[in-house]
Design a protein. Structure first.
Length: 95
């Protein structure tokens, strides 16, 4: 019987593997199969990365404020893009 050795993967590989699931919508099983790793390993990476990113847990008031600020930030970014496009149009018309 051969002894199994644990492979180590670079942090970048782990992040990209988790991104397949979280950002690109792949199932854990499909992403793991395509990368040649086990489902359990990918679930562990995903849980660890989410725990690192979440930082200290927030109470209900802090969570509500965070959601409000994120929504406001999104709206302001959209308004900024609209104003950029409008100013570009106005510059073209004046030339």
């Amino acid at each position: 019987m051969t002894k199994r050795t644990n492979r180590s993967y670079p942090a970048e590989f782990k992040q990209e593997a988790v991104a397949l699931v979280t950002k690109q919508g792949y199932s854990v099983a499909k992403a793991a199969a395509s990368l040649g790793i086990t489902d359990k390993l990918l679930y562990n990476w995903k849980a660890k990365l989410e725990a690192e990113q979440s930082g200290p847990s927030l109470n209900a008031d802090e969570r509500a404020e965070l959601l409000k600020l994120r929504k406001e930030n999104k709206e302001l970014r959209m308004e900024k893009e609209i104003l950029k496009k409008a100013s570009a149009l106005l510059l073209k018309e004046t030339k």
